[in-house]
Design a protein around this ligand. Structure first.
Ligand code: SF4
Length: 171
């Protein structure tokens, strides 16, 4: 009920954009589904745009047209939802997607080893390098990923939006 009241207060002034920061955290799955349905209904009814901030990629897929993935305070991949979910390209996004359980596809769930770094003293270069499987396995990335921050490059995507990745694998 608190979530519903806050959502009502947020749209009272007829905004064009609503920022939703973890709007369904701490809710059980049934109430979460109800809130998501309410948000979808309001989106069409009031022609709203949402900035939906979440750690739950599966949940974001219900609403998102564009997705930006952040790791340790840095944007690592941005693109249309079709590209991010259908062709995740940054190793961190790939790890996130492969850890989401699905009902329709039989797949082995994986996980991202290690832990989120401290932002007080973040890793040098690419902040994901201590956990990145490509950095571990490919010698040519040593001295690169751990030394220089990767630039953001555009890669070929299917969606009409640009597909951008910050990773040395694409440079
Ligand atoms: S820049 Fe290097 S460490 Fe970072 S995600 Fe890409 S391959 Fe992995």
């Amino acid at each position: 009920m608190k979530q519903r009241v806050i959502i009502a207060m947020a749209i009272m002034a007829h905004p064009k954009v609503v920022i939703l920061d973890e709007p369904t955290s701490a809710l059980d799955v049934i109430t979460q589904a109800n809130i998501m349905n309410l948000l979808k209904k309001l989106k069409w009814e009031y022609k709203l745009s949402y900035m939906f901030i979440t750690h739950d990629l599966a949940l974001a897929s219900e609403l998102a047209d564009s997705v930006a993935i952040m790791y340790a305070g840095k944007m690592v991949e941005i693109g249309g939802a079709e590209d991010i979910y259908g062709n995740p390209s940054h190793p961190y996004t790939q790890g996130l997607i492969s850890s989401v359980p699905t009902l329709r596809i039989d797949k082995t769930l994986s996980f991202i080893p290690g832990e989120v770094p401290s932002l007080v003293n973040p890793p040098s270069g690419c902040r994901f390098h201590p956990r990145c499987p490509f950095y571990r396995d490919r010698d040519y990335l040593k001295g690169l990923c751990d030394a220089k921050e990767p630039p953001i490059v555009e890669i070929k995507g299917k969606a009409s939006r640009k597909h951008l990745v910050a990773c040395w694998l694409y440079k």
